[in-house]
Write a protein that binds this ligand. Structure first.
Ligand SMILES: [Zn+2]
Length: 179
């Protein structure tokens, strides 16, 4: 019997297969070229929808930093580097990581456009930059065939209040059971 997750993984892993964990674990320096670790993202439609014709150029110049600090991944507001927790990369769910990369690449685009990624005028789930990033990730999750239930699990994070979660899923156009 084929596990649906295996099928999903095969699709998601097209872009993840060459992630060189062994190298990552041996390397002490933390700043790297994104394309050194994340191969083939320039061919992913969801990524091309973010950057358009500039996809290759932008990914080629994108820097990624692996950090032992906790958390998941985020964009460094000072230099536009993609920050990824090594622990998350090594132990996190591969589909979650893939969707997080799509989410963060949207923030990279926003950062390049000079948008304030941490605009405190808005709550987290209402911030236009977040809604935009989540929308791209959710679209890709649906494209991968993830169920609404699985997408809800993906969206539910410990830093989001129930209110935030409800607002976010509503703006994504679906309701999660726990709402
Ligand atoms: Zn975000």
């Amino acid at each position: 019997m084929i596990d649906w997750r295996e099928l999903l993984m095969l699709r998601a892993s097209r872009a993840m297969t060459t992630l060189r964990m062994d190298k990552l674990l041996r390397t002490r320096s933390t700043v790297h070229a994104f394309t050194e670790y994340f191969k083939g993202f320039e061919r992913v439609n969801a990524v091309r929808r973010i950057f358009g014709e500039d996809t290759e150029e932008i990914l080629k110049n994108l820097k990624v930093e692996f950090t032992w600090a906790g958390g998941y991944m985020w964009v460094n507001g000072a230099n536009g580097h993609l920050m990824i927790s090594s622990r998350y990369l090594n132990t996190g769910d591969k589909v979650d990581i893939y969707l997080d990369i799509i989410h963060e690449l949207v923030h990279i685009k926003q950062f390049m456009e000079g948008k304030d990624l941490f605009d405190t005028h808005y709550g987290y789930s209402e911030r236009p930059t977040e809604v935009d990033a989540y929308r791209h990730a959710v679209d890709e999750a649906r494209n991968l065939g993830l169920s609404d239930k699985r997408i809800c699990e993906y969206l539910k994070t410990e830093w989001m209040s129930d209110e935030d979660f409800k607002r976010l899923t509503k703006s994504m156009g679906f309701q999660c059971k726990s709402c």
